[in-house]
Design a protein around this ligand. Structure first.
Ligand code: 5GP
Ligand code: MN
Length: 326
């Protein structure tokens, strides 16, 4: 910590990065750290993400200042090569940042990882990692605490951290939510985070199309194997197009089957342009990270993992059903 403190003191140019398809924790923790650095007068700080993020995260202050690598590659490459410090937030391996990996790998900057995923891959110089922690946003709070700088948790920092913790804990209900999480949340509210406003901004922000897609998916596309405690939803490109799919529209959809009595394992398969993207969620004694890693080129947490398949959607469904029927 002492070394990281000195590195931050000395650093002039700081770049904060997170994983592709950024979620609430990725954007929340990145922007929180961005605001924190501004507060301690580290003004030359940038957030660079591999690709765009859902609209329901746009309300965070300075979300419009985030650069997307897929659209501003040249500019971002220069920021990476000029940086003194690069922060890697909410990812454990360079493969999680897609095309941005090379630029981070080749940068001469010192790299600091703040993350809560299993299987940390060693590409950074310093690690602030806790795989038991509910969210990277909570770790950013603990990092600021260790820097003895909690006085610089202003409203902007607090709101972004609140959003990260809220989204990664399923609104404070997953087992990773601890008394400490609630104490931190209390401090964030005391620091100006408007909890009701943040919940509304994130969750009451549906388009009609998104809600109808949810209805369609649950009515027509959810297959339940009650005796196996397993359910999945699959969505093809054509189906997504019918509902004018926008990034983020299927966020959270994988959680619905898990709310059925006796269902402990839920999967969402979404057909993308190049491959099939897969989300896994589970509860109680079922863990999904090894399953995602072994069969679907992915990984993640015990109860929430992701992966992909290069087969067609139908073939992927067949593979999944076969695996779960044994
Ligand atoms: P989601 O289903 O929301 O895309 O991902 C759930 C969790 O699994 C996230 O915390 C994410 O970090 C992790 N995850 C998603 N995709 C991958 C992947 O391809 N590889 C690994 N190692 N983890 C993933
Ligand atoms: Mn996270």
């Amino acid at each position: 910590m002492e070394e990281m403190k000195q590195l931050i003191d000395k650093a002039k140019k700081i770049v904060i990065t997170t994983h592709k398809n950024p979620d609430g924790d990725a954007i929340g923790s990145s922007l929180a750290l961005f605001h924190f650095f501004k507060n301690i007068k580290k003004n030359d700080v940038e957030v660079i993400v591999p690709d765009s993020f859902p609209d329901f995260l746009n309300w965070m202050n300075d979300a419009d200042k985030i650069s997307c690598y897929d659209k501003q590659k040249e500019q971002a490459d220069k920021l990476f090569s000029d940086a003194d410090l690069i922060f890697s937030l909410d990812y454990n391996a360079l493969e999680r940042v897609g095309d941005m990996a090379e630029a981070i790998k080749n940068a001469s900057a010192i790299k600091i990882m703040i993350d809560h995923h299993q299987d940390t891959q060693g590409f950074a110089n310093h690690y602030f990692v806790d795989t038991d922690c509910c969210s990277t946003a909570q770790l950013v709070y603990e990092f600021i605490e260790k820097l003895e700088e909690t006085k610089n948790i202003t409203k902007d920092v607090a709101e972004c951290l609140y959003c990260g913790i809220m989204t990664d804990t399923g609104s404070f209900r997953y087992p990773s939510t601890t008394a400490k999480t609630h104490k931190i949340i209390a401090h964030l509210i005391d620091s100006g985070a408007d909890n009701a406003k943040i919940h509304q901004a994130v969750f009451d922000n549906n388009t009609t199309d998104r809600l109808r897609l949810l209805g369609f998916a649950l009515t027509n596309k959810m297959k339940v194997f009650a005796e196996k405690g397993f359910a999945y939803i699959s969505l093809s490109q054509d189906e997504l197009k019918q509902f004018n799919f926008k990034k983020g529209d299927t966020e959270g959809l994988v959680n619905y089957p898990l709310s059925i009595q006796g269902i402990k394992f839920s999967v969402l398969l979404t057909e993308k342009e190049k491959d099939i993207s897969i989300s896994f969620r589970s509860k109680e004694d079922v863990f999904v990270n090894e399953f995602a890693k072994k069969h679907f080129q992915g990984g993640g947490h015990f109860y929430a993992s992701g992966g992909k398949s290069d087969l067609t959607l139908d073939e992927t469904i067949a593979k999944l059903e076969k695996l779960l029927m044994c």
